[in-house]
Design a binder for this molecule. Structure first.
Ligand code: PRX
Length: 581
């Protein structure tokens, strides 16, 4: 991938960040005497010089809770050996290496090793099928793939002929055993053990480092590229939002294919010298409460879906596992309703923060910071160094809305270190698509008089009902106050008279029976709480809301269901977890 042509400063662009602070951080993260700036080296080698080699860098919990620990010294050594392997295989600076692994130590070795070799780290979702994996490998023009042996056999092997750029495949036996690779693959562990460690390439801050595809289930996949300087934003948000220090045990529950894992499951905690915890299991309330307590997790980053799943199991279960170690918890990816914030704080006994960002922004940009007064239900305020605005598109021109509480699109000025360098197309960086010097997020928000941002919906999710614009999240947040509802998704359904009317899809908490009586009760509650103009006209009970892998409600799917299906979509009963304890 061709490198960005922008200057070498970490904070170039329109945003006025605290330059001297960035310069200090840049110096702290620099591992090369000649100014080379490499995420892989800064997250591992740098800590050895500070005498932290024996500290656990990563603890991975397997399906049966078996632990695989890797110290900073081991992480530095193995990632440098992998860098040597990749360079030996002909990897050139800027070439993409795709990684398709679960949460195992080799995932961390791979991320840092690829970056040390000057490559671009491109993680993929292991839960994707062969088609989406093939299309992403093709779009990225990946030269090397590091993949779990079983995933290769099931999801990649049949696509090799359609991937002419993919020169090498390195197979990982994820339970630590060596694999016997087929003829056209290599064994990761054998190669890494046989190699001598290579020094990290002295990349520049603006050299491409990370490539993530935003979810294809909500639109066409887009390859978003960040450069090595992104780690400045990861370090600063790790420290200031999560308070990360070397003594911390940080757990980010994001899937390895999501940028949330790269930023906060790998780079931020390792740049801060903390211990990363990674758990193989997906959302599993009992197991997760146990992990928070037994592993003495100090800071936890999760999603609204996870916290709502935990809510279904009741606060008493949470209290029975209450950990004295936890300091802070936070959520990202979807709107976090007020009820979930308050529940999380009470159940976990620590501040529970909403944070907002996007793949394109690369790190948290808006948050309810621990040092400020929180406004539950809001996304919080912009972090220092971020230049944000609420804007309205007026033809090809943008109008910045200064008046509080007016809904508009959230826009961000480039200049924040982790902002995208551009989208990838045919192996080269295309522009980041700015409008009047702003990056438009596609999110509709309002900012109150105190600077707190409130999420209203995606620009294309707004329900236009008569003269009224209805934000689905506002309706969902209020409906969630009804005790029967576990999760709610609201979408617009075409209407001859009003253009669109809101309709709701909901799953139920244990102990509630779907049926006409409950439907009538919830709709009456909605009319009472929201007023008849905003209240959903229909309510469908479904066992689970359709979600992307990242846990976002797939409104597109709900919209299709709203049009096609006049009655309930799936037969009940619910797939209910255990009852409230
Ligand atoms: O719509 C916003 C929603 O998720 C989108 C970003 O998705 P993605 O690029 O997959 O995220 C990567 C890392 C977070 C945003 O445009 N979103 C994210 N956080 C929040 C949110 N919506 C409401 N509240 C949030 N805190």
């Amino acid at each position: 991938m061709a490198s960005s042509k922008s200057s070498d400063t970490v904070n170039e662009g329109a945003s006025a960040g605290p330059t001297s602070r960035w310069d200090e951080l840049r110096e702290e993260l620099c591992t090369h005497p000649d100014g080379g700036f490499n995420i892989g080296a800064a997250c591992s080698d740098r800590h050895l010089a500070a005498g932290q080699g024996e500290r656990i860098a990563v603890r991975c919990l397997g399906p049966r809770m078996q632990q695989r620990d890797i110290s900073y010294a081991e992480l530095a050594d193995r990632s440098s050996r992998l860098a040597a392997v990749l360079i030996g295989l002909g990897l050139q600076p800027g070439d993409t290496v795709a990684v398709l692994l679960r949460r195992v130590p080799e995932l961390f070795v791979s991320a840092l090793g690829v970056l040390k070799a000057g490559g671009v780290y491109c993680p993929l979702f292991a839960t994707f099928g062969p088609g989406p994996i093939r299309s992403r490998l093709g779009l990225a023009q990946a030269k090397v793939l590091i993949v779990a042996d079983d995933l290769y056999a099931r999801k990649v092997a049949a696509s090799r002929a359609a991937l002419p750029d993919l020169h090498h495949v390195l197979l990982v036996g994820e339970d630590g055993v060596r694999t016997v690779p087929p003829e056209d693959c290599l064994d990761f562990t054998t190669l890494v053990e046989a190699a001598s460690p290579a020094a990290a390439i002295a990349t520049r801050p603006t050299d491409p480092a990370l490539l993530h595809f935003t979810s294809g289930t909500t639109g066409t996949p887009k390859g978003v590229v960040q450069s090595h300087r992104a780690m400045l934003a990861h370090l600063i948000t790790g420290r200031e939002l999560f308070g990360l220090e070397p003594d911390d045990i940080f757990w980010c529950t994001a899937d390895p294919g999501w940028i949330t894992n790269t930023a906060y499951g790998v780079i931020a905690p390792l740049a801060c010298g903390a211990t990363v915890l990674a758990d193989e299991a997906d959302i599993n309330p009992r197991r997760w409460y146990g992990i928070l307590a037994d592993e003495k997790v100090t800071a936890w980053y999760t999603t609204p879906t996870a916290i709502r799943a935990m809510m279904r199991y009741g606060a008493a279960l949470a209290r029975s596992y209450r950990s004295n170690s936890l300091r802070v918890a936070a959520s990202v990816g979807e709107p976090l309703n007020t009820e979930a914030v308050l529940w999380g704080q009470k159940a976990l006994g620590v501040p529970f923060l909403d944070t907002w960002w996007q793949t394109e922004i690369g790190s948290v940009a808006i948050a309810n910071c621990p040092s400020e007064t929180q406004r539950p239900g809001s996304m919080g305020r912009v972090l220092p160094g971020i230049h944000a605005a609420v804007v309205k598109r007026e033809g090809s021109h943008l109008e910045v809305i200064e008046t509080p509480d007016i809904v508009g699109e959230l826009a961000i000025r480039p200049g924040w270190p982790s902002m995208l360098s551009g989208y990838v197309g045919n192996g080269v960086l295309l522009g980041a698509g700015l409008h009047d010097g702003w990056y438009l997020t596609g999110d509709l928000v309002r900012r109150d008089a105190d600077g707190y941002y409130w999420f209203v919906g995606r620009a294309d999710d707004m329900i236009k009902c008569g003269g009224l614009q209805i934000g689905p999240f506002e309706v969902e947040g209020l409906l969630m106050n009804h005790p029967a509802l576990a999760e709610v998704g609201v979408v617009g359904k075409p209407d001859l008279l009003l253009r669109e009317v809101p309709v709701a899809f909901a799953s139920l908490n244990p102990g509630f029976q779907a049926g006409d009586a409950l439907r009538a009760e919830v709709l009456a509650f909605a009319r009472q709480e929201l007023g008849s103009a905003m209240a959903p006209r229909e309510l469908h009970f479904i066992p689970e809301l359709p979600k992307t892998i990242a846990g976002k409600i797939m409104r597109r799917v709900l919209k299709a269901k709203a049009v096609e299906e006049p009655e309930d979509i799936d037969p009940l009963p619910l797939s209910s977890p255990c009852a409230e304890v």
